[in-house]
Design a binder for this molecule. Structure first.
Ligand code: ZN
Length: 469
């Protein structure tokens, strides 16, 4: 196997290397004692265990006493120690855009970037230690997070979405639509979307994304709710365009995901070698089997199936977007039934909320409700796996291009990254201790970082919240 070459050295790694070079002390150690471990996969907790973290990795997990005299000891007091959460569908740059994607045209880059940074911080303080952004966030934000200058989760990002003229990634307003110009609009200028047609332009866009630091690539392959020009039944991207993006991703040993609504388009995408697919509210049991047979990951967004969501997100006035959302909702209810009856697909399904356009408080409420909704429908274990170990497997699809190649994410095991939560109670029995809330719209506004049962948050061996003292 070819050697893995690190793309972005973390501050922890640099200090670790410096220590090793000077043949001085080993990296700092933290020893968690008196904890019950949810490892990201098992249906039962490992009772009364100890977990030793060294540097940014988990060194030992044991029910015996771990001998680590130099370690800082944290007595877990019988709490559950579990992997940091993974949110596999976040858009850092589409936050607080009441009125939909069009409002991006009313913002300057500084507001967009600042909202992204605020969102990243809020997610980390709610226990999300890794997020995946399949569209529009750029390498700049993960660079400042990895340097420790802004706090936030690890970030896997697609950078600009790739789509055709008039498709789901074409955010141009009516007055901006000129055949000769695909970039003179805010989202185009800032590198949040590429509007491209044909193989050469698509190849170029995909390669530009990798040059800009994309960890994987995202295509628009069907209609969507928050775009006004493309009907939900539309099939987007030609065969040669899809092949071009897959070819570029494959050459870097990473993968392609896509925004897709119709079952037949999901089957088409899987035929071209996509490794993960988003949404598909019009999934069928037959298409679900195609996912399973090909080991393709599925990333649905389900909490928006609540009819109340229509009124809250779109308001009382009818619109193209609202009527599209109504049709998609009926499909989402069917997706829930398909997932319930197909455990093999559930094992390939990741947790992703895809909340855009709403206020930060409403985004938190939606995420809290999505967690509750999953647990109600699919059970706590399946929900927890989708937010930890399965999310970690999708992160690892980036292969040799993985920005975090030193260990698995979303699991508590020796050699894994030290992304760790300490929570009260047992999330396998009660998800409210992770913030899950049955009330999607009636819940009071909750500030970021105020899930009181989440007592400790560690990312990459560094503690960002600790209320145990
Ligand atoms: Zn999305």
């Amino acid at each position: 196997m070819a050697p893995t070459i690190r793309r972005f050295a973390s501050a922890v790694l640099i200090s670790a290397l410096a220590s090793a070079a000077l043949a001085q002390d080993a990296p700092p150690q933290t020893l968690f004692t008196n904890v019950n471990v949810f490892d990201g996969e098992s249906p039962a907790l490992l009772q009364d265990a100890q977990v030793l973290v060294e540097g940014n990795l988990i060194k030992t997990v044991s029910t015996d006493t771990i001998d680590a005299p130099a370690a800082t000891v944290i007595d877990g007091g019988g709490r559950t120690l579990m992997p940091g959460l993974i949110e596999s569908h976040v858009h850092l740059n589409y936050q607080h855009m009441i009125g939909g994607y069009d409002t991006i045209e009313m913002r300057d880059w500084q507001e967009i970037g600042a909202m992204g940074a605020a969102t990243a911080r809020a997610l980390l303080l709610d226990g999300w230690t890794t997020i995946r952004d399949p569209g529009a966030s750029l390498k700049g934000i993960s660079d400042v997070i990895d340097r420790g200058e802004v706090i936030g989760p690890r970030l896997y990002q697609a950078t600009a979405v790739i789509g055709q003229t008039g498709g789901h990634g074409d955010f141009r307003l009516k007055g901006q639509r000129r055949l000769s110009d695909r970039t003179s609009f805010r989202a185009g200028e800032l590198g949040m979307t590429h509007i491209v047609d044909g193989r050469p332009a698509t190849l170029s866009a995909a390669r530009q994304n990798l040059a800009n630091g994309a960890d994987f690539l995202k295509m628009m392959m069907g209609g969507g709710i928050f775009s006004s020009k493309d009907p939900l039944h539309s099939r987007q991207s030609s065969d040669e365009e899809i092949e071009a993006v897959v070819e570029v991703a494959d050459a870097w040993d990473t993968y392609v995901t896509a925004h897709i609504y119709r079952a037949e388009d999901a089957i088409r995408a899987i035929g071209f070698g996509l490794k993960e697919i988003l949404h598909v509210p019009f999934l069928t049991p037959e298409a679900a089997q195609v996912f399973v047979e090909n080991g393709v990951y599925y990333n649905p967004q389900l909490s928006a199936s609540n009819p109340e969501a229509l009124e809250v997100i779109f308001g009382p006035t009818e619109s193209v977007n609202k009527s599209k959302a109504r049709v998609a909702q009926q499909g989402m209810q069917q997706v829930v039934e398909i997932l319930k009856s197909n455990p093999a697909l559930m094992d390939l399904t990741v947790f992703g909320v895809d909340i855009v356009t709403v206020t930060p408080e409403a985004a938190r409420r939606n995420r809290d409700f999505e967690m509750f909704f999953w647990a109600e429908n699919f059970g706590n274990l399946a929900t927890l796996k989708s937010m930890t170990s399965i999310g970690g497997k999708v992160a690892a699809l980036t292969g040799q291009w993985n920005p975090y190649p030193d260990g698995p994410l979303g699991v508590i095991q020796e050699g894994a990254y030290a992304d760790i939560l300490l929570v009260e109670g047992n999330p396998l029995e009660d998800m409210t201790n992770l913030g899950a809330n049955a009330d999607q719209y009636g819940a009071p506004d909750r500030a970021a970082g105020q899930i009181d049962t989440m007592d400790l948050i560690m990312k990459d061996g560094v503690i960002y919240k600790n209320t145990l003292d």
